[in-house]
Design a protein around this ligand. Structure first.
Ligand SMILES: Cc1ncc(COP(=O)(O)O)c(C=O)c1O
Length: 546
């Protein structure tokens, strides 16, 4: 790839006078009196026509890609014929991007604002044609993105976008339908209904669970806590809301719960004083003894336990809170139990993993993110509830313009969450499962589990390297601990070797704090990650500390 391209408008209408002025400015630039950046800024400010007399090495040749303006039909939108031609180009672009992923650095240093300063300051007044977008993407993808679908991506959690799901997403957008009611797009509701049922069966959940697809786990957890609040207050929202008397409601989650739980509780109306951070045990799972003590103490003080959030697969270490024991406490105290299985929910398509969330059928709600490890392109979170009637009663709206003759006989998914307009997200999950079948999905997840075990074994066997938390699934928390190095010095060492590995462009990981000290999470499970990539990572890590 040559030098960065500036994203200038390509077919802007310039007046004759402006063109003369531009010619002078161009000659100034040609004389070396202004930088390329200045030139680009002038282009963006429309003081220079970017397409006249420019060296091709600065800005690629600019054919006129506008749609044919003589055809009135083309003036206001892209025609299906145009779409057919360009759509093929888009699919080619994505296929090329994916198939060449391993050849490029997984990430590279880019300055904040580095792209922004080259983007046009204002929108084009004249059509530039879709090809301009694809050329922009060449530059954006090459220089300004971390490549999440790269086989050497070991950061965060996998956010796998299997290409079957990408196609499902395209179909969803292409159909352009909106689920406001069942009647507004009957298949949208019914495919969603069925594919959630598929996921329920695949995950070994009891038949009473009902699913709905939302955007993210954060949204699902917020809905769960609103539902919990309404269960405890016996639909207080229909009266005085959270001002329901003198017994404030309390939410409990472990200190390792995802930050979205705190946010969800806040948005659901719980004050910070009413959100308990329960201690974790040596395996970083919720300490049930401490949970019981917190609930007891709150009850003694006249507070009401409202919801307990159990995380199965915490973000930092993939620890599993003991759902069965937590369910016991929830049931005893009349509290809602929400299970955040955003990441580890995917693992439950493997029967051998299900013991990790034993007791889950005693919960009231669960969130699973098929847009993580399972392979559905972001975004796709499935929210399961056991009492869908309760959820609908909490979330229901009934304006006259949305009433239909079918309302009593069908699912109305807008009443299962926040959004009114719902897109055909189910097609992504549907495409993934239909394309691969459950067994191939299981096979991929087992491959990743075996790779994580192999990696953990190497780390454990190597002098001065440590695995810091039990490896429950595919995430391994590691630190290199040279003798005599501790405290801030150890943190600096961790940061140094992590930067060194990132600097190679051959791997990307996420640092996180564990017990106040930095460590590195190695999250294995991108679609294309094979054992060879994990072996390469292990070699890079050892070289970085040598
Ligand atoms: C355990 C857990 N819960 C919730 C979330 C938030 O997910 P989302 O981005 O879908 O809101 C994450 C994200 O990684 C997570 O790991």
């Amino acid at each position: 790839m040559g030098r960065p391209r500036d994203f200038t408008h390509e077919n802007d209408a310039f007046t004759q006078a402006e063109t003369r002025e531009c010619a002078e400015q161009r000659s100034t630039i040609a004389n070396g009196e202004a930088s390329l950046r200045t030139y680009a800024q002038m282009c963006c400010m429309r003081t220079v026509d970017p397409t006249v007399g420019l060296d091709d090495t600065l800005i690629a040749a600019q054919p006129n890609h506008c749609m044919d303006n003589s055809d009135q039909k083309n003036l206001l939108s892209m025609t299906p014929e145009e779409f057919r031609r360009l759509g093929h180009a888009v699919v080619d672009w994505i296929a090329d991007y994916r198939s060449s992923a391993a050849e490029r650095p997984v990430s590279q240093a880019t300055d904040p604002g580095g792209l922004l300063e080259r983007l046009p300051m204002s929108p084009p007044a004249q059509p530039e044609g879709f090809e301009a977008v694809l050329r922009d993407l060449d530059e954006i993808a090459e220089r300004h993105l971390v490549h999440w679908q790269h086989p050497n991506f070991f950061a965060y959690f996998p956010s796998n976008g299997d290409l079957s799901a990408v196609l499902g997403d395209m179909l969803s957008a292409g159909l352009g339908v909106l689920g406001l009611t069942w009647e507004s797009a009957p298949a949208l509701t019914e495919v969603e209904d069925r594919v959630c049922e598929w996921l329920r069966q695949m995950s070994g959940l009891a038949p009473e669970w009902q699913g709905v697809i939302q955007d993210t786990a954060s949204t699902c957890s917020m809905i769960a806590l609103v539902a919990a609040r309404e269960a405890t207050t016996r639909y207080g929202a229909a009266r005085d809301g959270m001002q329901h008397g003198d017994a404030p409601l309390v939410v409990y989650a472990s200190e390792d719960a995802h930050s979205s739980i705190q946010k969800a509780a806040t948005l659901a109306g719980f004050g910070a004083d009413q959100i308990r951070s329960v201690e974790v045990d040596d395996c970083r799972a919720m300490d049930v003894g401490h949970l019981a003590a917190c609930v007891e103490e709150d009850a003694r003080r006249g507070l009401r336990p409202c919801a307990i959030v159990a995380t199965t697969g915490t973000t930092t270490t993939t620890a599993f809170d003991p759902v069965d024991a937590i369910a016991e406490i929830a049931e005893r105290n009349g509290a809602w139990l929400h299970v955040d299985a955003a990441m580890a929910g995917s693992a439950m398509i493997l029967p051998e993993c299900r013991d990790l969330w034993r007791g889950v059928n005693r919960a009231d709600s669960i969130v699973v993110n098929p847009h993580k490890w399972l392979g559905v392109s972001f975004d796709c979170s499935v929210f399961f509830v056991r009492d869908d009637e309760h959820l609908v009663r909490v979330m229901r709206t009934d304006p006259s313009y949305l009433r239909t003759a079918f309302d009593q006989r069908v699912k109305t998914y807008r009443d299962w969450g926040v959004a009114l307009g719902r897109r055909f997200r189910a097609l992504k999950l549907w495409s993934l499962i239909r394309t691969h079948g459950t067994e191939r999905l299981q096979q991929r997840l087992r491959r990743d589990l075996a790779n994580a075990r192999w990696f953990a074994e190497q780390v454990e066997a190597a002098p001065q390297w440590r695995v810091l938390a039990p490896v429950q699934l595919q995430t391994v928390c590691i630190r290199h601990e040279p003798e005599g190095l501790e405290g801030d010095a150890l943190d600096r060492h961790t940061k140094r070797w992590l930067d060194a590995v990132h600097g190679t462009g051959r791997a990307w990981m996420t640092p996180a704090k564990l017990d106040g000290r930095w460590m590195v999470r190695v999250s294995i499970g991108a679609l294309e990650t094979e054992r060879a990539h994990v072996q390469e990572l292990w070699r890079l890590l050892r070289e970085a500390v040598a």
